[in-house]
Design a protein. Sequence first.
Length: 130
Amino acid sequence: MNGTNTSAINIVKQFWQLMATNNFHSVTAILSDDFLLEWPQSNERIRGGNNFALMNVEYPANGLWTFTINRLIGSVSEAVSDVSITAGVQCMRAVSFFTVTNGKISRIVEYWPEAYPAPANRQHLVEPIN
């Protein structure tokens, strides 16, 4: 599945499947040698698959991580995923932009939006999503 003709969508599906094993070092098999992860909101960059794996291993969690792909779109070399993530009482969402080079993930730019209550001044115009 790591061939150069594999679409980014398939590689990103494999990424999230590997993440769901909670064996974060296994994910490094589909990361390029020059892999970068960027979090623009906190102005952080993680360089290399080993640092990526260790960051996930060391992140404080209240149980096993689960990943639900809400949406995944892309092409041969790029993909975007919207994923819901939980670990016990923690519930998060990540929007991730993937770049795939030679069949491996070379870059992820990831945003972690936080939920907030809808403003009261537009209650008459909106309805809850769920």
